[in-house]
Design a binder for this molecule. Structure first.
Ligand code: NDP
Length: 445
């Protein structure tokens, strides 16, 4: 190994965030030692001890210093601190020659979920030389899904990470460049746009596709901040196996909650689903699968129930939770109702599956219209230009726009539309530029 700092990554099998951590170091050309803790109790204990009691993979160390899990590693990457620790901070000017110059691209795509990657495939094929900035969660939500059964063309189903990796390969084949990083700001009062990443890299771009997806929501209840990563998680596929034989609680009533609960039955003693009202939001397909598990005694459903506190410690993990229940539904809105029952409930792990918030902060100040939750408004309707925002040259696709369908295949559809809209926009731009050059030349004569 070279004289780079020593990087160690504890991983486990079937762990999307472990793959993200490894991809991050791979993309920086950094070598690392990987220790897979799956099925190795001694190694697992070593990880937990070195990671100050955290029972979640990955855990990253640089020169023996705990960097943390994926969230911590990616947060340090955002600030540029990770590159400093790796002694590669000054290699990060955008044109890569160390002089801090700004590189220009016809198109920058923010996000490498299904929408961003499909846009990259189409834009690459149209010779628009797309630069794709991977974002906070490279690969997007699908990397957290074990089994995608409804993506057309895969009758046997396909794993989320495999589908994403295939799309990445396809995008690269058509000339897209993928770069690790997170878009921090887009300055739209100048043309080309000035796009700055959180690590300080700056680019200019004629067009931007916002395909930066959405991030898992949390509840904001007491105990949540302290215990996130210590028995509380937003990713069952990442952390479920660490709580083998424990009782586990899944909060939520959508497809994600049903899928996670079903997945967790592999490890849990019993999986409990707490949903805040009587009806599930999830599709019948998932509700049926959950009911099969209920009949087998592996899942118990707690309707009209909400989580109000998580108890435990970073050393011992989650010990129990406080729940409230009211037959009318939404019990936290009825805390003064004498019918509302508050009770303590023993579980060893809690998984939140309560939806997502769109990642659009970097577009604030550009003039694009967003709704109260931060979803982008695009033109929509029929005909071309459906993915245009209110700012010419900024387009939106996938979960940053779509609060309703949120399917991999609809994100792919929107990604392709955005790339086609961009192609038309760039051609118009080129035509306008050459017309004004012709005019200027005529005026000079
Ligand atoms: P959803 O928005 O569909 O569901 C969120 C769930 O969490 C709802 O049941 C909601 O309750 C509940 N919830 C939200 N906020 C709170 C809160 N503060 N307290 C308690 N409960 C809360 O999100 P999902 O992530 O489940 O799904 C998003 C999209 O992804 C959907 O379109 C879904 O179809 C898709 N998906 C598909 C999968 C598949 O088919 N393999 C797997 C996972 C997701 P309420 O219903 O009362 O609003």
């Amino acid at each position: 190994m070279s004289d780079q700092p020593r990087v160690e990554i504890y991983t486990k099998t079937d762990c999307p965030y472990c793959e993200k951590a490894k991809d991050l170091f791979d993309s920086k050309g950094i070598e690392y030692e990987e220790y897979n803790v799956t099925g190795d109790d001694e190694l697992f204990e070593e990880m937990v001890e070195r990671a100050d009691g955290r029972k979640t993979a990955p855990e990253v160390f640089i020169d023996d210093e705990l960097i943390g899990g994926w969230d911590d590693t990616s947060a340090r990457n955002e600030t540029g601190e990770l590159d400093e620790k790796l002694d590669i901070a000054d290699e990060n000017d955008s044109d890569g020659d160390g002089d801090g110059n700004v590189e220009h691209r016809p198109l920058i795509i923010a996000g490498t979920g299904i929408a961003g990657l499909t846009a990259a495939i189409y834009a690459g094929r149209s010779n628009n030389d797309p630069l794709v900035i991977e974002g906070d969660e490279p690969g997007g939500q699908l990397t957290l899904t074990t089994d995608v059964a409804n993506y057309p063309g895969f009758p046997e189903g396909i794993s989320g990470p495999e589908l994403v990796n295939n799309m990445k390969e396809q995008a690269k084949q058509f000339g897209a460049e993928l770069k690790n990083g997170i878009v921090d700001t887009v300055e739209a009062d100048q043309r080309p746009f000035r796009v700055e990443l959180t690590n300080g890299d700056v680019y200019t771009a004629d067009a931007v596709i916002a395909a930066s997806g959405a991030s898992a929501r949390t509840l904001g209840v007491p105990g949540e901040d302290d215990l996130m990563g210590y028995g509380l998680s937003t990713c069952a596929t990442c952390d479920g196996a660490f709580f083998r034989d424990e009782d586990m609680l899944v909060v939520g009533g959508g497809d994600a909650a049903m899928e996670e609960a079903t997945f967790l039955t592999k490890f849990a003693d019993t999986v409990y689903i707490a949903h805040r009202r009587e009806e599930f939001r999830a599709e019948d397909y998932w509700i049926d699968r959950v009911h099969e598990k209920v009949e087998e005694g592996e899942i118990t459903i707690m309707k009209n129930t909400e989580l109000v506190e998580v108890h435990g410690s970073q050393e011992g993990g989650v010990d129990h939770v406080t729940l409230v229940e009211n037959d009318q539904g939404h019990p936290t809105d009825r805390l003064d109702d004498p019918e509302t029952n508050e009770f303590e409930f023993d579980v060893g792990a809690v998984f939140l599956a309560i939806g997502h918030t769109p990642n659009t902060e970097y577009l604030e100040g550009t003039g694009v219209t967003m709704d109260d939750e931060g979803y982008l408004r695009t033109q929509g309707g029929d005909g071309g230009g459906q993915t245009e925002t209110d700012v010419p040259g900024i387009f939106g696709a996938g979960d940053v726009v779509d609060y309703h369908y949120q399917q991999a295949v609809t994100a792919a559809g929107m990604g392709s539309k955005a790339a086609l809209d961009v192609d038309e926009y760039l051609e118009d731009l080129e035509r306008a530029e050459s017309a004004s050059e012709t005019e200027a030349a005529a005026a000079d004569d």
